[in-house]
Design a protein around this ligand. Structure first.
Ligand SMILES: NC(=O)c1ccc[n+]([C@@H]2O[C@H](COP(=O)([O-])OP(=O)(O)OC[C@H]3O[C@@H](n4cnc5c(N)ncnc54)[C@H](O)[C@@H]3O)[C@@H](O)[C@H]2O)c1
Length: 290
């Protein structure tokens, strides 16, 4: 089938990759050609990693690349889509604008998914003429590796849309968990509170980011500590999620001052080279001084 991914950032390129690996024709769309090119280059890099780990061979890599195209033209991107997955920034108004455009240009029977990590899918898709064809398809970072996909059923979602989303999730070899649309779903709500509390602990001088991460890795068997995870997710994404959950669920989701400070300074985590840790070529090389 034809899959269109809107957004070629941290999540969009990974969603495009797994969709192409499952045999779909995939178009990835972003607002600037440079970002589209970076997304496609990141996919190629991931595929080279898959070759090194003997998961695919050179011929399969070429076939996957051949199934992928990039564009900045929204109309062309969605015109023939069977499934559109939106992976643009976590902002309600922006996503609603995107859905309004998708409604205009995509086939009337295309399924429309959103990768939002926390926003109300019910509200997001309310701008569609026919919101019964819309659903949350929430991937985890990095999308080409993490097995979980939360399938978020909005108030309007039709049963056949849910069935479609389950089949798509299975076809890309992920494990789907069906959840009802509620702020933060089943994962981001707990993840956000853990990130916020660990950042408050750094702020209060309880321990260093490395100390807190090591405690959770070795003491609680988490594969990755909360501050490494926050850097990995993107501190801007963490802040947006906390702000939204604070509005919806209350003060316990209040974003820590240190998180706001890092975001204002452009220290967004791994993607900008510094967050709670410092990164070179995507690899952690030390802790941030602040
Ligand atoms: N980063 C994570 O760990 C993570 C995990 C799960 C879900 N999400 C969700 O996925 C979505 C994307 O997050 P991300 O981390 O990939 O962000 P990102 O900032 O890395 O990527 C977003 C991309 O969307 C592009 N964009 C902006 N406006 C657009 C438009 N109108 N059409 C198409 N593209 C547009 C931006 O240029 C950018 O490249 C958010 O809703 C986020 O909450 C993120």
């Amino acid at each position: 089938m034809n899959v269109t991914v809107l957004g070629a950032g941290s999540m969009g390129h990974g969603i495009a990759q797994v969709s192409a690996m499952a045999g779909n024709e995939v178009v990835v769309r972003d607002i600037e050609q440079d970002i589209v090119d970076d997304g496609l280059a990141a996919i190629e890099n991931n595929l080279d990693g898959a070759i090194e780990r003997d998961m695919i061979d050179d011929a399969e890599k070429s076939e996957i690349i051949d199934r992928l195209t990039g564009t900045t033209d929204l109309e062309a991107a969605v015109r023939d889509a069977d499934l559109v997955i939106e992976a643009a920034p976590e902002n309600m108004e922006l996503k609603k604008d995107i859905f309004t455009d998708v409604d205009e240009y995509a086939p009337a029977d295309a399924i429309i998914g959103t990768n939002t990590s926390s926003l109300s899918v019910t509200e997001l898709v309310s701008v569609l003429d026919d919101p019964t064809r819309a659903i949350g398809i929430h991937f985890f970072n990095p999308a080409h590796i993490m097995e979980l996909v939360e399938i978020i059923v909005a108030e309007q979602t039709a049963d056949q849309t849910l069935e479609f989303a389950k089949e798509y999730t299975e076809s890309i070899k992920k494990v789907g968990v069906v959840v009802n649309d509620f702020p933060g779903f089943s994962s981001s709500r707990l993840g956000a509170i853990q990130a916020a509390e660990s950042i408050r602990m750094v702020q209060e001088g309880v321990a260093t980011p490395e100390g807190i991460d090591t405690s959770m890795e070795l003491g609680y068997n988490h594969p990755m500590g909360p501050l490494t995870l926050a850097d990995h997710t993107g501190l801007d994404v963490n802040l947006e999620v906390l702000q939204y959950l604070r509005e919806e669920l209350g003060e316990r989701f209040k974003p820590p001052q240190l998180l706001k400070k890092k975001v204002r300074a452009g220290k967004l985590g791994r993607k900008t080279g510094e967050g709670f840790y410092v990164y070179e070529d995507g690899e952690k090389v030390g802790m941030s001084d602040e």
